[in-house]
Design a protein around this ligand. Structure first.
Ligand code: GLU
Length: 375
């Protein structure tokens, strides 16, 4: 029995693979999905924020369009994904709707999590959905992603989403109940590994030899996903989803492997920002804004006295106090041209100055690290 408890985790990403969700008839396994929705509703009701990363678009689309998945070209799979995705997300909408939970479809490509400008866009949309108690249902945007620009598997997509939203727990629902010292299907002496504190070469090697039958991701992609997530301060669980209500089972002590996070999502993000090599500009702040940042707030345009450098949205910029001393770094929500236009401006004047509706903050506190002030 594992002693795992959901209690200390607030923001959860749940990854659902095709092998669990799609029945032998090639359609959504409705009863299983209803069970998952019951679990999601329970956790949601307890105050957890949830995001679901789901596969299944290609499998459902192949069924609807009569495509043989194993022997097709990329365009066929993309067409299948387009037809399948709409049914996939509709199924989630229905089962979550039974619990009065609103589902929102979000389709991502790697650029959305790896390019910093688009990363900010995706992050603020997802945060806004979570603030409104919506459950984002996320998949890769398969219809436009070609081989070279794909996440490739949804384990990795789920890890990137966890990093993006600073989740503290990622759950990879699998057809096996965790990591074993060898492939349990082939080796009777394989020992289950309940906890991984560090993803060593040995762990990667073990995972490389264990495959899952269906879907594109075996244990290797799960451990790689765990590596991305744990570095981002997000603990990762691999457990079996091949049962009804797998999240309740987990809460009741079902077997799993937990990969422990290194630090917290906030410390990981701040470490990354502090080490950013390319600082593209500087924001000179007034005393009020300096105090607000030190107290944990975000930077509003009104507190910016001057802007220097040449930067784009998503670039790293320094913040300087009234003495001109750098006291932190953050990801710019605005380009240097825009920042110059709205520096010193009250929030309700931003639209007038820019000519379009801008964002309310110049730097968001999640994307900000202050020196000599470890909060
Ligand atoms: N995005 C793909 C789909 O929805 C699945 C990718 C995966 O399972 O890793 O069909």
């Amino acid at each position: 029995m594992s002693d795992f408890s959901f209690e200390k985790y607030r923001r959860l990403v749940i990854k659902v693979g095709s092998s669990l969700l799609i029945g032998d008839d090639g359609h959504v396994h409705r009863r299983w999905l209803e069970g998952l929705a019951d679990d999601v509703a329970t956790l949601h009701g307890q105050g957890h924020e949830l995001l679901i990363v789901t596969s299944g678009a290609i499998a459902i689309g192949s069924t609807i369009l009569g495509i043989n998945k194993r022997r097709v070209r990329l365009e066929d799979l993309q067409a299948a994904a387009a037809a399948g995705q709409v049914q996939l997300v509709h199924a989630y909408q229905e089962v979550l709707g039974e619990h009065n939970i609103i589902a929102a479809q979000v389709l991502l490509t790697p650029g959305d999590t790896e390019n910093r400008r688009r990363f900010l866009n995706a992050r603020s949309t997802l945060s806004r959905l979570l603030e409104r108690f919506v459950v984002p249902v996320i998949n890769e945007n398969d219809t436009v992603a070609t081989e070279e620009i794909r996440y490739g598997d949804n384990d990795r997509l789920a890890a990137r989403v966890a990093q993006l939203v600073m989740a503290d727990l990622l759950i990879l629902l699998s057809d096996v109940d965790g990591l074993y010292s060898a492939d349990p299907r082939q080796n009777k002496d394989a020992v289950h590994i309940a906890e991984v504190r560090q993803i060593s070469d040995e762990i990667l090697a073990i995972a490389g030899e264990t495959r899952s039958d269906v879907g594109s991701g075996g244990m290797a992609t799960k451990v790689q996903a765990a590596r991305i997530a744990t570095h981002a301060g997000c603990s990762t669980i691999v457990t079996s989803g091949a049962i009804d209500r797998p999240l309740s089972a987990l809460a009741a002590g079902a077997r799993c492997t937990i990969f422990r996070a290194e630090g917290t999502p906030a410390s990981a993000r701040k470490q990354w920002l502090a080490g950013a090599l390319e600082v593209r500009g500087e924001l000179h702040l007034d005393a009020g804004a300096t105090r607000a940042l030190r107290a944990g707030g975000s930077l509003l345009p009104v507190g910016v006295v001057a802007v220097s450098g040449n930067f784009r949205r998503g670039d790293v910029v320094s913040v300087l106090d009234t003495n001109g001393t750098e006291f932190g770094r953050g990801l710019a929500e605005y380009s240097s041209d825009e920042a110059t236009l709205i520096a010193g401006c009250q929030s309700d004047q931003i639209e007038v100055r820019l000519g379009y509706r801008g964002r309310s903050v110049m730097l968001h506190h999640d994307e900000l690290v202050l020196f000599g002030n470890e909060r």
